[in-house]
Design a protein around this ligand. Structure first.
Ligand code: NCD
Length: 318
């Protein structure tokens, strides 16, 4: 594996391998000395053209736990705000000897452009591009589901037959897209629930069921996993629903809906949460919520991905 740009082209065996390596990495994170020498002497650049806290620090922690040197480059306050192009930025990073580039960009496809260019020969990890994909988020979500469902017997397992309901702002969500492809590859069933205005054109061709009615879906599907998505106001240039109260009433996870879920169902959210809008505080903090596990597992998944992309194996392919 040279780059990780999307979950769409990830083979089932490769996906399971990443999850299994992340299991090993999570053991490292429980040690007193949380460090492996695997990427000593390598340089990882976090290239963030969009605001982010948890994803950036998660990649930073992952790279540092593998002993890589980390350079954080955020577009605000950099030459990018002076009009420097992606090409010039990439060539600058190449001249500095970057081995890996973790890129978040508001334009869908930017990581692909970087990976396919001859500006830089680094391994590229997509950390979220526009509304397109966010592959490490989907991998950490799958890892979290697998652990809750299979426990200590997770290694080697997929998610066959697991029912996952993903609710909310599908239109703007790269998390929803990356999850769809990966979950299907791992054998799970996916249902999207959203107001019609937040379902993208073309979703009817996706390998998922689309519904506009949360209560009917919860009653019919009785999901193993209920994933709530953030309302992405920063990407909204129009009114997609009447108001916040109405949204919560119809599509939010409130305490009554939480009580209707089976005791083994889990509640997920990629963060950052709008408490009181798409998820109530009670649901977010409940025993069924995996929100903090997702954050912890994110470091293990990113360690696994950086390890696969940047450790010795990569030179053999070059
Ligand atoms: C997600 C993202 O940026 O796509 N968040 C994240 O990675 N922490 C989801 C979101 O912003 O709603």
């Amino acid at each position: 594996m040279k780059h990780l740009l999307s979950t769409r082209d990830l083979a089932r065996d490769d996906a399971i391998r990443i999850l299994d390596i992340a299991e090993d990495m999570s053991e490292v994170s429980t040690r007193e000395v949380k460090k492996l020498p695997a990427l000593r002497g390598k340089t990882v650049v976090n290239l963030f053209f969009e605001d982010s806290t948890r994803t950036r620090i998660s990649f930073e922690a992952a790279a540092k736990r593998l002993s890589a040197d980390v350079i954080n480059f955020s577009a605000k306050g950099s030459s990018v705000s002076k009009g420097e192009s992606l090409k010039d930025t990439a060539q600058t990073l190449a001249a500095m000897g970057a081995d890996g580039v973790v890129i978040r960009h508001p334009a869908s496809g930017a990581p692909q452009v970087l990976a396919q260019s001859d500006w830089i020969d680094a391994g590229v990890v997509n950390a979220g591009d526009g509304t397109h994909e966010h592959p490490t988020q989907a991998l950490l979500d799958a890892f979290t589901m697998r652990r809750r469902i299979h426990g200590t017997a997770s290694r080697g397992k997929a998610l066959d037959g697991v029912s996952v309901v993903i609710v909310g702002d599908i239109l703007h969500s790269r998390v929803a897209r990356s999850n769809l492809w990966l979950l299907r590859t791992l054998g799970a069933e996916v249902t999207f629930v959203a107001p019609a205005t937040l379902v993208p054109v073309g979703a009817d061709t996706w390998p998922a069921t689309v519904s506009f009615d949360l209560d009917a879906t919860l009653a019919a599907v009785r999901p193993d996993v209920l994933m709530m998505l953030r309302i992405q106001s920063e990407r909204m240039n129009a009114a997609y629903f009447p108001n916040a109260r109405e949204y919560s009433r119809q599509w939010g996870l409130d305490d009554e809906r939480l009580a209707l879920l089976g005791p083994d169902s889990i509640v997920m959210h990629p963060g950052p949460m709008n408490r009181g809008l798409e998820i109530s505080a009670g649901a977010a903090d409940s025993a069924q919520s995996t929100v903090l596990e997702q954050v912890a597992n994110g470091v293990s998944i990113r360690m696994a991905v950086l390890y696969l992309l940047l450790s010795g194996e990569r030179e053999a392919h070059a």
